[in-house]
Design a protein around this ligand. Structure first.
Ligand code: GTP
Ligand code: MG
Length: 372
C-alpha cells in the first residue's frame, strides 16, 4: 500500500494520464478524479489542522460592503497600493517579505466602503504552509474578491503560480458555482433531471461520480452543463468562489511596447502604478463594479424613503441578507417585508426572507415587535 497521501494522489494521476480519453474510459476517469479530490481534501485537512499556531487565520474581521484581499508575490507593490487607495499606511520596503501579517484598510469610493486587506507575499507551495501561506490563503478564502497583483516582469508565470496555490486550497477564483441540487432519498436510485444537455460526461459517469460520494438514492437537478471537476467541486462542498481582478503594477517602469504585449496576455487586467498613482482611480472603479454591489433604499413604515443613505449589498442579496446587515437580530424578529421596485411583481409586494432584491428597490421590513 502507498505510504503517503501524496503518493496515492500521484499514483492515481499517473493512472489517469495513462488512460486514453474516450467515451468508454470516461466513466473510469471520472471515478479516479473523484478519488483524487477526496485525497486532496484529506491532505488539506491534515495541513490546516496540524500546526503549532492556534487556528490558522490572521483573524481579520470582515467589515464594509465587501472584502478584497491583495495577493501577489513579494515586492509586487501590495503595501504601496493599500497605502494609496485607503487611508491605511502599510510599511513599504525595497526587500521581500516586508509585510508579515494581514493589514486591513477601508477604501471609500462611489458611496461604498470596501475593506482592502494587505497580506504578506505568497510564494510557491504557500498552500502547504510555506511563508505563512496557510494564514494568507485562509484570509483569501473568506474574501469576496481576490486582487492578484503582478509586476510586468514574469507576469504570466507568476499569475499561473498564484492561481495554482489558490486552487489547491479549494478556492475557485472567478468561477461560477454550478447549480446542482441534490436531494437525498431513501430509495429509488438516482433520478437525474438535466435542464441542459450534458456535454462533458454521460449520465452514467455523472452517476458514477455521485456514487463515489455515497450519493446512491437522490433526486438530482442540474441547471448547467458541468465538467467532471465542477461536479466534484459541488460534491466536495468546501469550494469558495470569490471574484478575481488581475492588476499589473509598476507600469511606470515599462515601455509602451511591453505594455501592449501584456495587454494581449491579460486583456481584462487593470494597469496601474501604485507609486505614481496612475490609474488607481480607474482601479477603484473596477473594484466596485466587479463586486457587483447594489443600492437598496430603506423606508420605515409610514415614513419617507431614505434616499440619502442607501444600504449597499451584494448582487442577488435576499431580504435576509438585508436584515442581517441592519442588525443581527433582525431576521429572527422578521414578519414580512414590503418591496417597491424592479424585484417586485407589483407595487408594494409582500415578500419573505428568501426574496431576492434588485438595485434601487425600496424595502420596508415589518418586524414582530419593532418595525423598521
Ligand atoms: N517603480 C515602481 N515601484 C513600485 C511601485 N509599487 C511599489 N513599488 C516599489 O516596490 C517595492 C516593494 O513594494 P511593497 O509595496 O513593499 O511591496 P509588497 O508587495 O507589499 O511586498 P511584501 O510585503 O514584501 O510582499 C518598494 O520598493 C516600492 O517602492 C510602482 O508602481 N512603481
Ligand atoms: Mg507588503
Amino acid at each position: 500500500m502507498s505510504s503517503t497521501v501524496d503518493d496515492q494522489i500521484r499514483e492515481i494521476e499517473e493512472q489517469i494520464s495513462q488512460t486514453s480519453k474516450n467515451k468508454s474510459t470516461e466513466h473510469h476517469i471520472g471515478t479516479l478524479k473523484a478519488k483524487i479530490a477526496k485525497l486532496r481534501r484529506r491532505k488539506l485537512e491534515i495541513q490546516f489542522s496540524s500546526s503549532s499556531s492556534k487556528g490558522y487565520g490572521f483573524d481579520i474581521r470582515k467589515t464594509g460592503d465587501g472584502t478584497v484581499v491583495l495577493i501577489g508575490f513579494p515586492s509586487t507593490g501590495k503595501s504601496t497600493l493599500i497605502s494609496s487607495i485607503t487611508s491605511k499606511q502599510s510599511k513599504v520596503g525595497a526587500y521581500d517579505f516586508t509585510t508579515t501579517s494581514a493589514i486591513p484598510g477601508i477604501m471609500f469610493h462611489r458611496g461604498t466602503q470596501i475593506q482592502i486587506v494587505d497580506l504578506p507575499g505568497i510564494i510557491e507551495d504557500a498552500s502547504i504552509g510555506k511563508g505563512r501561506g496557510k494564514e494568507i490563503l485562509a484570509v483569501a478564502r473568506g474574501s469576496d474578491m481576490i486582487l492578484v497583483l503582478l509586476e510586468p516582469e514574469k507576469a504570466e508565470q507568476y499569475y499561473e503560480k498564484v492561481i495554482n496555490e489558490l486552487k489547491k486550497v479549494a478556492i475557485r477564483p472567478g468561477m461560477v458555482e454550478p447549480i446542482i441540487k441534490i436531494k437525498k432519498e431513501n430509495r429509488g436510485g438516482i433520478a437525474l433531471s438535466t435542464l441542459r444537455r450534458l456535454t462533458h460526461m454521460t449520465e452514467k459517469t455523472f452517476k458514477g461520480i455521485l456514487r463515489e460520494y455515497k450519493v446512491i438514492n437522490a433526486s438530482v437537478t442540474v441547471r448547467s452543463d458541468p465538467t467532471m471537476d465542477q461536479l466534484i467541486d459541488v460534491l466536495e462542498g468546501n469550494r469558495v468562489y470569490p471574484k478575481i481582478l488581475v492588476v499589473i503594477n509598476k507600469i511606470d517602469l515599462i515601455k509602451k511596447k511591453q505594455k501592449e504585449a501584456l495587454l494581449e496576455q491579460f486583456p481584462d487586467a487593470v494597469f496601474i502604478s501604485a507609486l505614481t498613482g496612475e490609474n488607481t482611480n480607474l482601479l477603484k472603479d473596477r473594484i466596485v463594479e466587479k463586486l457587483e454591489l447594489i443600492k437598496i433604499f430603506l423606508k420605515k413604515q409610514g415614513e419617507k424613503t431614505d434616499y440619502e443613505e442607501p444600504l449597499i449589498v451584494k448582487y442577488s442579496s435576499t431580504i435576509k441578507d438585508i436584515c442581517d446587515k441592519i442588525h443581527r437580530k433582525f431576521a429572527s424578529e422578521f414578519r414580512y417585508a414590503v418591496v417597491y421596485g424592479s424585484s417586485a411583481k407589483h407595487d408594494n409586494q409582500r415578500v419573505g426572507l428568501d426574496h431576492i432584491v434588485r438595485d434601487g428597490d425600496v424595502v420596508t421590513i415589518i418586524m414582530n415587535k419593532y418595525q423598521f
